[in-house]
Design a protein around this ligand. Structure first.
Ligand SMILES: [Zn+2]
Ligand SMILES: [Zn+2]
Ligand SMILES: [Zn+2]
Length: 440
């Protein structure tokens, strides 16, 4: 019987689920994967041994014994080193994140119609692991239809990381998510929809019992988070349906395109692990606090342009438009620290941009890691000229690409779906997006 440490959640490696969302995600290499110190540290923090939860049923039975005899430790080493080997593998770059009908070599679970893994994800993760036999290329003899790789989803990748970190003996988390994607309508993403189209869930503020304002999660995402974080089950409750007088529309607060998504997921990983280790109810007040703080703060819309919207900017450099969220995250802390004079040049209250291009509008110029680095260097050196040069360079490229995009879209409107011209236009749009990635 394996020792208790095999079932303890190892905080260290899934300390940040953000690794799942980066362009080339890698599992943080475990500092000392087999170290007994990790377990000890965890016990110290939690104060008492973890209480097993019935929800974790598919895993093998666990022992509460703290005794470590030789048999336990031998088994422990074998399993831990296998886990360490899995952890050492970087999460592969998915080669098919968007739908394509060009392939029939997908891997799937037998009997699952809507669950597909591309060969690069399969080879990078499951081939030659004890889980390989669960997958087979079941689409080989089917006529190829549009499919995308389910392993491009941050949820699925997190399920895999949790499987490794919790040293699960089965891949039931992956099966559970595959079941949900087979039966439920997918997250509507950036689309704003009313309650007659999607069942929305909210979370009650424990202080007054009311739902946190402007926080709504789609049914599919609630199901997935309840699978991955079993201790938070029941905390997300169905929002009352909208009345005919006030049709309530929402955008999913856990859409993967949102910058807040990794932060919410990081926090859920932490809350669930803590609840599992202490056997206490999850400390949802942290989550509610985050949702409340976000409730009335507009989220950064990245490069989406708006016309006649108010921004933070430097009056001498109105091209450097910064949204409220990025201002709070990056510029305000620097103003408060008084370490440089540059941050104080940015207007503290949002204002309309003078002489704005009314066709192209303005978008946030401080959301990308590249521009945040430019800002950091400029602020540290107090170098306004450097910031100006970089901002104007970026702005010129942004205008150029926006005009090209507009041209392609106009042309695309006249093409028949599926025709060669249509495909070429779509490819050109993707190419423009790729170019922008280097400049954003
Ligand atoms: Zn893939
Ligand atoms: Zn959603
Ligand atoms: Zn922003």
């Amino acid at each position: 019987m394996p020792g208790e440490e095999h079932y303890q959640f190892d905080h260290s490696a899934v300390s940040s689920s953000r690794q799942v969302f980066r362009d080339a995600p890698r599992v943080a290499s475990p500092s000392i994967p087999n170290s007994p110190r990790q377990g000890d540290g965890f016990r110290e923090r939690s104060g008492r041994p973890r209480t097993p939860r019935p929800e974790e049923a598919p895993r093998v039975r666990r022992s509460r014994s703290n005794s470590v005899d030789s048999k336990h430790s031998t088994e422990g080493r074998t399993r831990s080193s296998r886990t360490a080997a899995l952890l050492d593998r970087p999460l592969p770059n998915c080669s098919r994140p968007t739908a394509t009908d060009r392939y029939d070599d997908w891997y799937s679970f037998p009997g699952y119609r809507n669950f597909d893994i591309c060969p690069s994800c399969y080879d990078g993760l499951f081939a030659d692991t004890p889980f390989a036999h669960h997958f087979s290329q079941t689409r080989r003899y089917e006529r190829p239809t549009e499919r995308f790789c389910d392993f491009s989803s941050a949820w699925m990748r997190l399920a895999w990381l949790l499987t490794i970190k919790q040293r699960r003996q089965s891949i039931d988390l992956l099966y559970a998510l595959a079941d949900i994607s087979g039966s439920d309508r997918p997250c509507p993403g950036d689309r704003e929809l009313s309650a007659d189209r999607v069942s929305w869930y909210g979370i009650a503020d424990q202080r007054d019992g009311l739902h946190v304002a402007n926080f709504a999660v789609c049914a599919a995402d609630v199901k997935m988070l309840e699978v991955l974080f079993p201790t938070v089950r029941g905390y997300f409750v169905r929002l009352p349906p909208a009345s005919t007088y006030s049709p309530e529309k929402h955008t999913c607060s856990l859409r993967v395109s949102s910058r807040r998504f990794p932060k919410y997921l990081d926090l859920l990983v932490e809350i669930d692990a803590e609840a599992q280790s202490t056997g206490q109810r999850p400390n949802m007040s942290k989550f509610i606090k985050m949702a409340r703080e976000n409730a009335f703060k507009g989220e950064c819309a990245r490069n989406k342009a708006f016309v006649r919207k108010a921004w933070h900017f430097i009056p001498e450099l109105p091209e450097f438009t910064v949204c409220e969220e990025c201002y709070d995250e990056v510029i305000w802390p620097a103003v408060a620290a008084k370490s440089s004079s540059l941050p104080r040049l940015v207007n503290k209250s949002i204002q309309l941009v003078p002489n704005e291009d009314l066709e192209l509008g303005s978008s946030c110029s401080l959301y990308s890691p590249r521009m945040r680095k430019v800002w950091d260097v400029s602020a540290k050196e107090g170098d306004f000229k450097y910031l100006e040069r970089k901002v104007l360079e970026r702005k010129r490229k942004e205008i150029l690409l926006a005009k090209e995009r507009r041209g392609v879209l106009q042309w695309l409107a006249g093409q028949e779906k599926g025709s060669r011209g249509y495909e070429r236009a779509r490819e050109e749009l993707k190419q423009l997006e790729r170019v922008w990635k280097d400049w954003e």
